[in-house]
Design a protein around this ligand. Structure first.
Ligand SMILES: [Zn+2]
Length: 524
């Protein structure tokens, strides 16, 4: 648990973007190693710890799929590491969100101290609070994004959008470039009619697949068929409506008259493509152009589809149905890798409609599964200890059960005796050896004692039932803990048994509501 891990990494990007020094020299594995060892030697607390070295030579920090890193994470998961030491944060990860999750959640959760020597960061200095990552990250971010270029491009785009111009290439279905105003856009009536029809069908409660079927039955042309009739029929791909093309229409807030931009940003200078920007950070200009659907209708359609979406099968994820957005409280939708989705993730479905600022719009499924697994293992460990402590409680409950069972048997015995007494009394009365008045008196007395005994028996019976139920639960819980300790993967079974709900927050906090019971009542 208390081992000290030093993590070293060198990649080609270190030669391209560095800190201005002779990179090969300052970043080489041997100089990273030497500097970390010097740091350890100078630190009283760390000096005597056992050191494990993890090294990835020639691996980029943008992915966690590095052999050395995977070994390190495994040891952290196995609770073998007490402290992780790196030269700077970018050695650990160049993915801001990934790094944040490790620093904010996984490390604190596992009780791992994290030190980035050159960033002057030591998680111990920030115990109990969110580390000031933003400051520590500035250097890294400057490396990754070209500040100058993106700012320049942005301002010009911003100006044009604000003027109602459309500068993003192909105009969305339902619109056309304006013939008179440069960069202006106008409604294309023929296409707009189809868009309105799609929204109307959705408002009637049709799912995207149903809508596609209806459109195809009616012979409604697709975007390609309308705009590029010469291409239609080629490749066979865009000849008909399908659920994807219908959903693309229903998901597009452009039809509300909104213009959104800044959906992706460049990763670094000269890189092709970009990083997807979460929807909450898109720049949105309302009333940019003539809408084709009213906000009320749009919201209604989203509400209908929310149910359908969660029910939609596809790639199954064990966390589906358990995951809720901490911002709005609505469930999150799982998005597997498909089309533009470069990584598996969960998204708040409600955010598009409600635009609640604190919504957790997006959470990487890989990270979430990893974090949940870690939290679950930790919980099981705690539970395992609790179960052991429960052993004494179990034996106590067992003795209570025996005592109650005895008491109930006693009650029954006494009741039987009283019943016999009552029978004998009646016999004496029937034979005339007891007077009617005295019989009535005695019989009433016995009857009352019997009813008292019955009440007592019932009370004990209820107590017994409860104890037996608690006893059974504790035993069940212990069996589960034993069965599931050392989980390696998150399976549907495990999630269903242990997890009631998971809330994820915008700041990537994760809160798990366990299915566990404590002292007979459910923990909430
Ligand atoms: Zn939300």
């Amino acid at each position: 648990m208390d081992k000290l891990a030093i993590y070293l990494r060198l990649s080609l990007e270190d030669a391209a973007i560095g800190d201005g020094l002779d990179k090969d020299e300052s970043n080489s594995i041997s100089s990273q190693r030497a500097m970390l060892h010097a740091y350890i030697r100078s630190n009283d607390e760390l000096r005597d710890k056992e050191i494990s070295e993890f090294c990835d030579d020639g691996y980029s920090g943008t992915s966690m799929e590095r052999p050395g890193m995977l070994r390190l994470l495994k040891e952290i998961r196995d609770n073998k590491i007490g402290c992780v030491l790196v030269k700077d944060m970018s050695r650990f990860s160049r993915d801001y969100i990934e790094l944040g999750t490790y620093m904010n959640q996984i490390f604190p959760f596992m009780g791992v101290r994290f030190i980035a020597v050159n960033d002057h960061y030591d998680s111990r200095d920030h115990a109990g609070s969110t580390p000031p990552i933003d400051t520590a990250f500035q250097t890294l971010l400057y490396d990754l994004y070209s500040k100058d270029i993106s700012v320049k491009v942005k301002t010009s785009v911003e100006n044009k959008c604000a003027n109602g111009e459309y500068v993003f290439g192909q105009v969305p279905f339902g619109y056309a470039k304006d013939k008179e105003i440069k960069n202006g856009i106008a409604v294309n009536e023929k296409e707009a009619e189809i868009v309105r029809c799609i929204f109307a069908l959705a408002l009637d409660g049709n799912g995207s697949t149903q809508i596609a079927r209806i459109l195809n039955e009616k012979g409604i042309p697709t975007k390609t068929q309308m705009r590029h009739p010469e291409r239609a029929g080629k490749g066979g791909r865009m000849q008909a409506w399908d659920n994807v093309s219908v959903r693309a229409v229903l998901n597009n807030r452009f039809y509300l008259g909104e213009m959104a931009y800044g959906k992706s940003k460049r990763k670094f200078v000269g890189s092709k493509g970009g990083i997807a920007v979460p929807a909450k950070d898109w720049k949105v200009i309302p009333d940019h152009h003539e809408p084709l659907v009213s906000p009320e209708d749009y919201e209604k359609v989203c509400l209908f589809r929310k149910g359908a979406d969660t029910a939609r099968k596809g790639e199954k994820n064990p966390l589906v149905g358990k995951l809720f957005c901490g911002g709005c409280g609505y469930s999150m939708t799982y998005r597997p890798i498909r089309g533009k989705n470069k990584y598996r993730r969960f998204e708040c479905r409600k955010h598009a409609v409600l635009q609640i600022r604190s919504c957790c719009t997006c959470f990487s499924a890989d990270l979430l599964e990893e974090a949940v697994l870690t939290m679950l293992n930790r919980e099981l460990m705690v539970r395992g200890d609790a179960a052991k402590e429960n052993q004494s409680l179990v034996s106590f409950r067992k003795s209570c059960i025996t005592r109650l069972e005895k008491k109930i048997a006693e009650c029954r015995g006494r009741k039987k005796k009283l019943q016999a007494e009552a029978d004998a009394l009646y016999e004496s009365y029937a034979f005339g050896s007891v007077q009617a008045v005295s019989y009535r008196q005695k019989a009433d007395g016995i009857k009352e004692r019997i009813s008292l005994l019955m009440a007592e028996e019932e009370k004990h019976g209820k107590e017994l039932e409860q104890l037996q139920e608690e006893y059974r639960r504790t035993e069940e819980d212990m069996k589960q803990v034993i069965r599931y300790s050392h989980l390696e993967v998150l399976t549907q079974e495990v999630v269903d048994i242990f997890i009631k709900k998971i809330y994820v927050y915008k700041d990537k906090r994760i809160e798990i509501v366990w299915n566990f019971r404590e002292n007979g009542k459910e923990t909430e």
